[in-house]
Design a protein around this ligand. Structure first.
Ligand code: ADP
Ligand code: MG
Length: 598
């Protein structure tokens, strides 16, 4: 079939194609125009931003000179200050230089004066000069003499005072203020009051006066003064403290009963004063010895004094007791099995009115170290057997007794004379010459030393236990007299609150409080000379009856803390001491008089 191609159709088709292309081109142009417009917009935006940035930069650039100006002005100021300081410095240097030259001038003048004076002196007649020198020496000498006289007068005054105290039958009271210790540094409950717990408020102002600053928040300071026979400040050593009580050990050998009792709250230094700073430790070296308390020092002094007496004229025995929960325990006693431990003992009043502990154990001792060994043994025993008695020593009263049996040398000489006389008489006739009234101690009885101690009532006559003596040998023992040194470390005197304590603790606390208030009551009754003195209200006062109200020489050693923290307790202890000083008892009685009366 023939193929006919119409040219018009071909052209029309091409036109159509071209028209189609044109249209798509026009659409593309439109698209590009839109994009172009968008790009224009973005360009305008960027240009705007660029302009703003540039404006800011120019502004910043415009501000810069201001800053520079500020810096410049402060620099100028600083510079002027430096200048002023330089000026000051130069002035100071000038003053210094003037001062140095002035000093040089003055020292020159002084030297000139000294030279003049010495030339004057050299011009002084030699004998005049010698006279002057002699006068100076004499003055110096008399000054030393006066000082010595003053010291001895003071010593005499003290001795006279002590004699007066003794004659009046007064209780001697010493007070020791301990140093501030870490235990004083505690936050006070009265927080915000401005009071500091470790502030020192108790001061030893002289050797017989204590001054207490009573500080109360918001109140003016009140000062209270207390006077005692002797006051020791925190700086006073154990040696100084002992030096003041040493004479009592001599009194013991002179025939007096003696009691030294430490009173004060827990932590005030009672054990430190009585036993030493480490009572459980063996002393080694001089330093440790210096730290020893009254008990070891008194024992050493006692044996030193005995060593000066005729051999075998004195024997010493020790007994240790504890008053705990109103019971007396013999700390040297052994139970049926021979085990060491505290055994309960009774306190009785003898026919002569003296108090005595039944079946008390006495251990003979030959030197001070033996005494301390026994005490250490007892203290360790207490520390390791809490059930035996108790652990804390401040919860009981500890009583150490040193009993001295003395044979009077006069008595020994008399006995020897009697022996000789008997021999002479026996050789001449067999007639019995002994007076039936001659008495002796019962040699078979190993009675407790207290039974042999002449009581105030019995001291002027023979003891009831004495019987006629058939031999002069026995008469030696008849003249033996016993004196005792009681050394007491009392339980803490603070009034312990009952809150938080229960059961056994409650009983323990109440026993301590009751025994110490009984002690106070006894002193009160004695001071007021009441007919009835309530010794039997507590085992402590019953045990110490002889010492407190009897004829012993009694010394109360008040121990006080120096700080605000313990102010109330310290005031209480100081008041106790003041009360004790008011007591007037019978004059201390000398045991050795027994021989003279016979
Ligand atoms: P208390 O027996 O009254 O409870 P302590 O004797 O145990 O008190 O003393 C408490 C603490 O204070 C102890 O550590 C003791 O060594 C110390 N102390 C007490 N008195 C003094 C003193 N005068 N010098 C130095 N330390 C002391
Ligand atoms: Mg103690």
């Amino acid at each position: 079939m023939p193929l006919f191609i119409n040219r018009d159709q071909i052209f029309a088709h091409q036109v159509h194609l071209l028209e189609h292309k044109l249209r798509s081109k026009e659409e593309r142009i439109l698209e590009l125009e839109t994009e172009n417009a968008i790009l224009h917009l973005r360009l305008a935006e960027c240009l705007g931003k660029l302009r703003r940035d540039r404006e800011e930069d120019t502004k910043a650039v415009n501000n810069h000179p201001l800053k520079t100006k500020i810096i410049q002005s402060s620099l100028i100021k600083l510079h002027s200050q430096v200048q002023a300081m330089k000026q000051d410095l130069s002035e100071v240097v000038a003053v210094y230089v003037n001062f140095v030259s002035e000093l040089e001038d003055k020292s020159k003048q002084l030297l000139e004066k000294v030279e003049k004076a010495s030339s004057c002196l050299s011009g002084y007649p030699a004998d005049e000069l010698q006279k002057l020198q002699a006068q100076i020496a004499a003055l110096e000498c008399s000054l030393v003499e006066e000082r010595e006289r003053c010291r001895s007068e003071r010593q005499k005054r003290k001795e006279l005072h002590n004699t007066l105290v003794e004659l009046r039958g007064n209780i001697r009271v010493h007070c020791r203020v301990r140093p501030v210790l870490p235990l004083d540094h505690v936050q006070l409950p009265t927080c915000g009051s401005g009071l500091v717990s470790s502030e020192e408020v108790v001061h030893a102002v002289s050797d017989d006066t204590v001054m207490v600053d009573c500080l109360k928040a918001g109140m003016p300071v009140q000062q209270k003064m207390f006077e005692y026979e002797r006051v020791h400040g925190p700086e006073d050593s154990q040696d100084i403290v002992f030096e003041e009580v040493k004479s009592l050990v001599t009194s013991l050998l002179d025939g007096y009963n003696v009691c030294i009792m430490a009173y004060g709250q827990t932590g005030s230094g009672k054990t430190h004063t009585m036993l030493g700073c480490q009572p459980l430790e063996e002393p080694s070296g001089m330093q440790q010895e210096a730290q020893q308390g009254i008990v070891p020092k008194a024992a050493a002094e006692l044996f030193r004094l005995i060593s000066e007496k005729p051999a075998d004229s004195h024997t010493v025995e020790v007994s240790v007791m504890e008053v705990y929960n109103n019971e007396v325990y013999d700390l040297l006693a052994r139970d049926e099995k021979g085990n060491a431990g505290g055994q309960r003992r009774d306190v009785i009043t003898t026919a002569s009115g003296a108090s005595q502990v039944t079946s008390l154990t006495y251990e003979p001792v030959h030197d001070a170290s033996e005494v301390m060994q026994i005490i250490r043994r007892v203290l360790k025993l207490r520390a390791h057997c809490p059930t035996l008695v108790h652990m804390d020593s401040s919860r009981s009263h500890l009583v150490v007794n040193l009993t001295v049996s003395s044979k009077s040398p006069n008595a020994m000489a008399l006995a020897r004379r009697l022996q000789r006389a008997k021999r002479d008489m026996q050789s001449s006739s067999h007639k019995e010459w002994w007076s039936p009234r001659c008495r002796r101690a019962n040699p078979s009885a190993r009675c407790s030393p207290e039974e042999l101690l002449p009581s105030p009532a019995s001291s002027l006559g023979p003891s009831p236990s004495l019987s006629p003596c058939p031999s002069p040998r026995a008469s030696i023992s008849e003249t033996t007299f016993r004196t005792k040194l009681q050394l007491v470390d009392l339980a803490g005197s603070e009034c312990v609150g009952m809150t938080g304590v229960s059961g056994a603790g409650l009983w323990e606390v109440s026993c301590i409080n009751r025994s110490l208030s009984a002690l106070s009551d006894v002193l009160g009754a004695l001071a007021e000379q009441r007919p009835h003195v309530p010794y039997r209200n507590s085992k402590l006062t019953h045990l110490l009856q002889d010492a407190i109200g009897g004829d012993s020489k009694l010394l109360v050693m008040l121990c006080v803390s120096p700080t605000q923290r313990f102010l109330a307790e310290s005031l209480q202890s100081l008041a106790f001491g003041a009360r004790a000083r008011q007591v007037q008892r019978q004059r201390p009685h000398r045991r050795s008089n027994v021989l003279k009366v016979k």
